[in-house]
Design a protein. Structure first.
Length: 236
């Protein structure tokens, strides 16, 4: 059994305060009856909870888009450092979310958090080859030769040959867009290093069909829309 306001907030769609207001306004139905009190306990496995006539979809999995800021770890917990989970409210933290893949501590941008293990497995599988688009700022600009080298497969310092990647030069090549179809440790930084440059700033903009919402500030998050969830292959 869970308090109604906590249950509503655990979907990530409303804060506890908004949930209380929804109840007050008579917009929340529990098993067809308007809820009177946000503190009432409900069993989400057994009761149908509707807000404005729509099922809150409690039993379904949760998919969160986070604009990861620099300085937090892509991990679920750490004894010393802040993790991406620390950026979410407690109701969501309790849902067992984890980041799908990792961004370095100093990398910003799109991070998907979910409790859908099967989806994470599909997206992270070495066979999946989902496009990942990054914006990078470099200390030494890259050029046309580097673009061709990226297309042919950069060889990293450990001898690994990367899959073909797209390098789009912005302006003089000090800023670039890089599209990868794999995700090796520090891959962009190591690819840039292989071409004699260093990444000063890195931000992930897109993963497959999912683009970072430009309205989210660093540290901001929101639930994926149903369309976005379908686009990444969730809720099958
Ligand atoms: N490549 C990197 O070097 N770092 C990231 O965080 C992501 C891709």
């Amino acid at each position: 059994m869970e308090r109604l306001d906590k249950l509503l907030a655990s979907t990530g769609r409303w804060s506890r305060r908004e949930a209380k207001r929804l109840v007050k306004e008579g917009r929340v139905l529990v098993d067809g009856i308007p809820a009177l009190c946000a503190e009432d306990k409900v069993n989400p496995e057994r009761s149908a909870v509707l807000v404005d006539g729509a099922d809150i979809g409690y039993a379904r999995q949760t998919y969160i888009m986070l604009h990861k800021p620099a300085g937090v770890l892509s991990a679920t917990e750490d004894p010393r450092q802040r993790t991406v989970l620390d950026l979410l409210p407690p109701e969501l933290r309790r849902r067992g979310l984890f980041p799908v893949g990792r961004l370095d501590r100093d990398t910003e941008g799109l991070l998907l958090l979910t409790d859908d293990g099967a989806l994470a497995h599909r997206l992270l599988s070495p066979k999946s080859h989902v496009d990942k688009v990054y914006y990078a700022h470099l200390d030494v600009p890259l050029g046309e030769e580097d673009r061709l080298a990226f297309a042919q497969g950069i060889v990293l310092e450990d001898g690994y040959r990367c899959m073909a990647a797209e390098l789009a030069l912005l302006g003089d090549g000090g800023e670039v867009l890089i599209t990868l179809r794999e995700g090796k440790f520090h891959q962009i930084k190591r690819m840039a290093a292989a071409r004699g440059s260093r990444v000063i700033y890195l931000k992930r903009l897109r993963m497959g069909a999912l683009s970072l919402d430009g309205a989210l500030p660093p540290g901001g998050w929101r639930c994926l829309t149903e369309e976005e969830i379908a686009g990444i292959g969730g809720w099958k």
